[in-house]
Design a protein around this ligand. Sequence first.
Ligand code: TRP
Ligand code: ZN
Length: 881
Amino acid sequence: MRTDTPQTIYRKDYTPPTYQVETVELGFDLDPDRTIVASRLVMVSNPESVGEGIELHGVNLQLVSLRMNGRTLYEGDYDISGGILRIPAAPDRVTLEIETLTSPVKNTTLSGLYVSNGNFFTQCEAEGFRSITYFPDRPDVMAKFTVMLRADKNRYPVLLSNGNLVEEGDLDDGRHFAKWEDPFKKPSYLFALVAAKLVCQEENFRLKDGRDALLQVWVEDGNLDKTDYAMQSLKNSIRWDEERFGLELDLDRFMIVAVSDFNMGAMENKGLNIFNTKFVLANPRVATDVDYAGIEAVVGHEYFHNWTGNRVTCRDWFQLSLKEGLTVFRDQEFSADMIGTDSGRAVTRIEQVRTLRQAQFPEDAGPMAHPVRPDSFVEINNFYTVTVYEKGAEVVRMYQTLLGRDGFRKGMDLYFERHDEQAVECDDFRAAMADANGRDLAQFERWYSQAGTPVVTASSRYDANAGAFALTLSQSCPATPGQPDKLPFHIPVAVGLLGADGKDIELTVDGKKAGATAVLELTEPSQTFQFTGVKQAPIPSILRDFSAPIVLDYPYTDEQLLHLFSHDSDPVNRWEAGQRLAMERLLAMTAAAGSGGQLALDDTFIDAMRKILVDESLDPAFRENALLLPSESMVAEQMDMVNPQAIHLARQSMRKAIGSTLRKEFHAQYEANQTPGDYSPDAISAGKRGLKNLALAYLSAAPDDAINMLAQGQFDRAGNMTDRVAALVSLIQSAAPGAADALERFYAEFDNEALVVDKWFAIQAAAPGADVAAVRALMKHPAFTLKNPNRARSLIFNFCNGNPAQFHAPDGSGYAFWAEQVKALDALNPQVASRLARSMDRWRRYAPALQAQMKNALEKVAGAGKLSNDVNEVVSKALTN
Ligand code: TRP
Ligand code: ZN
């Protein structure tokens, strides 16, 4: 939120809190216009503190009264400035009684206490609690909470908070109350309340120790036909954490509540997870396979936070990846285990690699680059990033790669043994991993402290006479803001060697037997690893399973890549070989398109694609991923001077060439991968639909009447949203005659389903023909609103980030639109505005004419008055870094 002057906060300035809070009793008299919050804090001075006096955070609060140990304090006894209430002279043990007033209905930020569809919700991470009441709102202050909620019974029949319901009943004037007690101490960011008209699906679930827990999924009336998958995912998550990590649910009751106005995916409040509806509501009619997978992952993620985040939390917000990187890793492993097969696991891994390259590598190379554990920030909300989350998860994964699954588990056990109910640092996690395994992980710390994506350059030499293969790995890391020079990382590089027959060679590395895949540990700037007993010149498969978040540079020939694409036993590297072949060609075709040359695609490449496409020994989901070309933004990342229209032209013509040459094969796969009968979101069925719909997309890239009819038929007869949306996208992409009519029918059928209306906007925002004028016209649609983040994202973000050829229109209209929307959103919701502000991060890499206009748009936003800290930090870093 807005403060007077944006201040940078540094990790090195951490000091322990002056007081700890033992217990908090909160009383809420809920009213949309005027909510009274009464708080009673028992505080004790902290022996570890160097400072003095009591410090409470508070923003946008109206203080009604303040008492210390029963005595009213007056101005002069305390001081409020810069969002902090200070009581300089206080005894070691005090009871504070504070009464404040807020107006939830006026709160459009969706942080703190707010109203959505007439219901009350809270969102406290990271610093939302301070807009509810005065409190030491920092994660290293952990307290036991008791919460009394009072509200009108008719309008708010459901009153929820963290922990256990201990009392409820009626009050005068049609009001009622509920009292909740959380048995575990927690930081304020995990507090939550819900007061609403909602209904729930509930179930008793037997835990491993024999206890029964009550599980509930709360939604608005009319949505109970969409809660099954979230409930199933919750039960699967509970089981999985018991089995894989020996971690049990520590409460008698666990609730999930869905809300349609929400800034992010979901929030792990203790015992009361609050979710964006997008990650709860699903049935085959309204949700796609991707939506189902998202629900499983996010339900898992929030549940797993109960241990990694809640029981053991962060000392300060610089340690955010301690809980987020670890919990993303856990949800990734959960999703992979739920599929169960090795090839299924590989597909989830491929998707993770794609996210990293698509979003994290650019962040690491841009003006907002920061280490997994940042050293400074202006606005913490800007650091809930792909670096902290996804690169953080890669860092956790590397422990498992280095220590093995069992070693990793030992480290986890020691971490909980040492730190249960504590607020700790990333270093404590690393120490637990090292100590539990007797390993020195000192150098590994650089993954937390150094930003930037390391580049590993590999070269090799085969000595036929000696049967020796030498692999030299050298590392470097580009400069990032504030970090001109980098020290070497500790990088696990998983390597296999393929023979001419395509089989793995049994490895002996530096004299030790290593099986088919060796995990080499690169710790120096450059190291050479000796493989012996190699009887023929091998082809190295380097960075198997993407064993580290790096860029690998090895001078592969096309021939070698084709060999790996056909044979590598490591599915991730097999996919990777295809991506390299495709990227090379996309770059060449982009260069040709930029200079008005011929866009040709070689038969060798198309033939390699054909072989994968028709290989029935491979899972459909793998084949789909192998045939999916790198996105336009991934191509852009590979270029020093980006020409978005040329990239678009190149990629479209590549899709067209593949689609028309492999027409027969795509038709055959389209038929072979139908999923008749009842819809099921399982990985096998979803994989078939994925391949079938990819076939349709390729066919539609080179359309004729028959193909348009195929798409039209699928649209008309689809029994599920996955097939429905795929057909609609194909019709629009190929500008089929029925496209406009299909769009209209789609809206008419689903205008009551907000999440489907989001899809309707999103599809149009990313359509090749959608220019700024078209997007502006859509903003006038009665269903459009900037106030709902899902809706704003579906149209505006999807245009600015998902339609580069139009967003970067040479006349600068896209940039002017962006500036306008960032400012409009900032007045409502700084967190969402600042996400949109990030769309300009890479402005320095565009062709000079575009670059100048992008800079201009950034300056316009930066120069606007009354900017939030959130947006201010992003645009000023974009302009200076
Ligand atoms: N901690 C949440 C998660 O990872 C995400 C989160 C952080 C969040 N800040 C938020 C969600 C603000 C909503 C609003 O699951
Ligand atoms: Zn999280």
